[in-house]
Design a binder for this molecule. Structure first.
Ligand code: PEP
Ligand code: MG
Length: 595
């Protein structure tokens, strides 16, 4: 039966394919594709882990068997029998083999995928006792996952029966081909997970949680494939291998679509492709408005490999290299100076002489280094990481780490034009400490006799405190870059990663527009360069307004550049400026934009 799920539109376009559910397990599970040559070895890993758990259970049974009959917990003995039976069940291992062999999932992923399938079969059982065995199944799967991780299986007594989950409807259809487009559906994905998936084959993404400018959404957008976040219970409602359509413009997921709906969306998908192709003609067209204003369209990137996409899209430089993605998912082992230097140098070389703005590491908040983006853990700790040790605060708290990064960037600057950008500065003392450390990094390189290049210095304006003390920033920095994603979050007190307040996250709030307009105006008055590198810069519905407010430099995902350029080519800033002033003082700016 066809049904639809509504979420937040984050990346445009239509994707049609089969669902791949990334189950959230209590054990942290890696998801990646293996090489076809490794299928047998991967199946063997599961078999060995399964055998290890079987042996552990048999040993436990023997211990229990040695007890006096009156001491032996009979219920436990019976449950261990059930566990053994489930472990040896062909449905489990057969299914796992199929996910590995036909889809090339890694062993852990295959096991959680098959667990999901069997769990749903349990949900549909009439018999309550059998239905409740699902909890046992989950427990043994966890033991096998732990065994695969090499972690000692804790062999806690089996869980008491748990309440069954809501019923599901159909049988799983396993398709033997991996040529069908795949759509990833997960409860949550950390930005580091997204980066991992960036190298893979998915045609679209859906997550239950996340806001429009959460970092997961940002990486999805940079992959230029349709994506919807904040889709609440999508990962529960959609099943492995269901056909799904993602409408990335409307933020809708259509599950099990009828032939008519499929045909309609197939048509929309082709239209979208035609439009995209048409835009490629603008690649080499200079971004100049009708009244001859030159507009700088720069790219945001997450890795040096993205430089190629930036050049292809006609970007005139990198306006934001989010260096933190080099630091994530490394189990606490941060990249050293050489590794960072190589990465920054690759980005500089990749841009073929165009400027590259490298932002120092901005971890924390919804970009943890390793842990999954686990909101319940945050809430349990009564901490709000968005207000905590994040970005420049994190760097200043660990000067050795920060100096390593600064030296690597300064060295890369010997190979091309590099701008050095600092995130989340809010206080004069932070500015002074940052600049003192930069001097220190230069002195260290001098002492070592190592070559380094000149850098232009920039500050992100992304906390209201910065936007309200601009003279201080203009005194110390060569340019400012407005991070609207955080500026909106901190001005409106709306967690950008929280879908439950996403309706309040408003780029057109008069307070946000006021801070933006004042920052742009202050930079013009002092002859300093200013750009916007938050998601507002790539939103075509806001291009005219930003031009009207005086913005001449925009930094966005490469995939958004040509559509924004099209807006620029049609704009007349002379006419837009007075209109933008009206929008600025309006009680309802959104209405004026829509008019
Ligand atoms: C921003 O806050 O707008 C920004 C560009 O930085 P990030 O999205 O990485 O926090
Ligand atoms: Mg930011």
């Amino acid at each position: 039966m066809t049904f639809s799920i509504h979420g937040l539109a984050v990346a445009r376009g239509i994707a049609i394919g089969r669902a791949v559910i990334v189950a959230s397990s209590r054990v942290d599970v890696a998801h990646y594709f293996i090489d076809a040559a490794d299928v047998d070895a991967e199946i063997e890993r599961v078999r060995l882990a399964r055998n290890q758990v079987v042996e552990e259970i048999i040993r436990l049974q023997q211990t229990l068997g040695g007890m006096k009959p009156k001491d032996a917990p009979q219920e436990l003995v019976a449950l261990l029998d059930v566990h053994l039976m489930l472990l040896q069940d062909e449905d489990l291992i057969g299914g796992v083999k199929q996910w590995i062999g036909s889809r090339l999932y890694n062993a852990e992923w295959a096991l959680t995928a098959q667990l999901e399938v069997i769990s749903r079969q349990f949900d549909e059982m009439e018999d309550e006792y059998l239905r409740e065995r699902k909890a046992d199944l989950e427990q043994i799967a966890e033991r096998v996952l732990r065994a695969m991780k090499g972690a000692p299986s804790p062999l806690a007594p089996p869980l008491p029966p748990r309440e069954a989950r809501p019923k599901s409807k159909q049988e799983l259809l396993l398709d033997d081909t991996i040529d069908v487009p795949l759509i990833l559906i997960a409860h949550d994905l950390s930005p580091a997970d997204m980066l991992q998936f960036k190298k893979s084959v998915f045609a679209g993404f859906v997550t239950d949680v996340g806001g429009k400018t959460s970092h997961t959404a940002i990486v999805a957008r940079s992959m230029d494939i349709p994506a919807v976040v904040g889709a609440r219970s999508a990962s529960q409602l959609v099943r492995q291998d269901d056909w799904v359509i993602i409408d990335g413009d409307a933020g809708i997921i259509i599950v099990d679509p009828s032939a008519i709906i499929l045909a309609e969306y197939g048509f929309k998908q082709r239209q979208f492709e035609v439009e995209r192709q048409r835009l490629t003609r603008l690649r080499h067209t200079p971004a100049v408005t009708l009244d001859d204003q030159k507009i700088e369209l720069l790219a945001n990137i997450e890795s040096p490999d993205d430089a190629a996409a930036a050049v292809n899209a006609g970007a005139v430089g990198i306006g934001l290299f989010r260096s933190e993605f080099l630091f994530m998912g490394r189990k606490g082992k941060l990249p050293g100076e050489e590794e960072q230097y190589e990465a920054y140098r690759r980005a500089v070389d990749g841009m073929q002489g165009l400027p590259v703005t490298i932002r120092t590491v901005d971890v924390g908040a919804d970009k943890p280094l390793d842990k999954p983006n686990d909101r319940s853990a945050r809430e349990d700790n009564h901490l709000n990481p968005a207000l905590g040790l994040r970005a420049i605060r994190w760097s200043l708290a660990d000067p050795a780490m920060f100096l390593t990064q600064l030296r690597a960037i300064l060295r890369a600057a010997a190979h091309g034009q590099v701008n050095l950008l600092f995130p989340m500065l809010g206080h004069g003392s932070e500015i002074r400490q940052t600049l003192a450390l930069l001097d220190h990094a230069r002195a260290e390189l001098d002492n070592r006799g190592m070559a380094y290049g000149p850098v232009r210095l920039g500050a992100m304006i992304e906390v209201p405190a910065a936007a309200l003390t601009l003279p201080l920033f203009l005194k110390y920095f060569d340019f400012l870059s407005i991070g609207t994603n955080d500026l909106i979050q901190y001005t409106l007190a709306i967690d950008r990663a929280d879908e439950s307040v996403a309706h309040l996250y408003d780029p057109l709030h008069p307070a946000v527009l006021r801070l933006l307009a004042d920052t742009i105006a202050a930079c013009h008055a002092s002859g300093k360069q200013v750009s916007v590198c938050g998601e507002m810069a790539g939103d075509v519905t806001l291009t005219r307004l930003l031009l009207g407010l005086g913005l001449r430099s925009f930094s966005m995902h490469p995939a958004q550049i040509l559509a924004v350029k099209q807006q620029v080519l049609r704009a007349d800033t002379g006419k837009l400026a007075p209109w933008a002033q009206e929008v600025l003082v309006s009680e309802n700016p959104a209405a004026l934009l829509a008019a």
